[in-house]
Design a protein around this ligand. Sequence first.
Ligand code: ATP
Ligand code: MG
Length: 421
Amino acid sequence: MRRAILIHYHEINLKGNNRGWFETRLHQHVRALLQDLPHGGIERLSGRMFVRLEPASPVEEIETRLRRVFGIANFASAWEVPADMEPIRASLADLIRERSFRSFKIAARRGTKDFPFTSQQINEDLGRMVQELTGAAVRLEEPEQVCYVEIAGASAYLYFDRIPGSGGLPTRTGGNVLCLLSGGIDSPVAAFRMMRRGCNVLFVHFHSFPHTTPESQEKVRRLVGILARYQLTGKLLLVPFADVQREIVAYSPPPLRVILYRRFMVRIAEALAAREKALALVTGDSLGQVASQTLENLRAVSAAATMPIFRPLIGSDKEEIMRTAREIGTYETSIQPDVDCCTLFVPKHPETMARLEQVEQAEAGLEVSRLVGSCLSAAARETLPPDFSSAALRANPVDFKESTGSDGNPGGTGSCARGSL
Ligand code: ATP
Ligand code: MG
């Protein structure tokens, strides 16, 4: 029997006239994701997608990768037989011999309605047969075993287990956004949330080299490599920020420092976003989590930008954010110690309720456009490949949600392209 992985779409089913476009994006993504692995082709048929398997196909690796694809509700490793009752019966009889269960149900679906039996008739026919062969009881609610039968085109697909997908919308259906990525726990999760809504996320990191070590940039590269597993690209902009910080420290009141750092960051990020054709910025702020994230201070930061700033974690607490970070594989890397540019020169008593006029006044003595301009010309761009190298991921694909994704490999196996902007 031929094998195939049968993929069911997530929200694409709701997309009306745009459905074809969403499906095409998903198809392109799955093709790119599996291009280095042997398989027998990827096809769209009857509102589903199929990855044909060959004897040499690494099924576990394919499944592990598919779990990280947005736009997939679930998928299953299936056996393919001709769409006729006789071969369906014979194959199902064969397959259940290797399984033991006390109760079951048949779940038949027809992707093409020209099959001569209704789903209900298929359920009854195969149900009787399985009951006779195994002595197990038919149970429609919570059976021990579900036997799935799906008719699509000239084939029927039989399978027993559905693997949950990542949900969301396919990559590159939502446009470009630029995420301000620190080395912390929150911003990678914020990036993930935007990716899950179909955005292509680019990254910008501000560093204070030589006040910070090269390791903190290495850590950010690793995070980008892990996040690139979900969208297959990892574009990282690195901006030297020490000069801006020095000026802020020298010429503005200490309690406002962090807010001023952030205002410069969003100005610089906005200009970079425009160059990269990104339409919005993304940060990992969560309301009230630290002094710089009070409502007043977030407003003072946002006022420095004209682009929308999305903060997908604004209503999440730290526990939830940490749980997601573990699930998506960024947590272990995020908690590695490092010195972030914002942990340097932090005031003892930061302002928690900055008034905009007060902040603008503090900024009046700084040469804002010169400082922004020199950061922009010193910014460097790197392209990091998705990091599929984690031993933990390979060894235990089913537990991928618990895996850390970090094996010390800085940004994966491929090369890292660098260039000035
Ligand atoms: P994170 O865990 O993402 O670092 P945090 O709780 O430590 O967040 P802050 O340090 O206040 O919060 O940063 C708030 C947000 O500002 C971050 O989520 C990130 O989007 C952005 N940010 C902070 N520092 C940097 C940096 N060095 N480079 C790029 N973005 C940064
Ligand atoms: Mg931080």
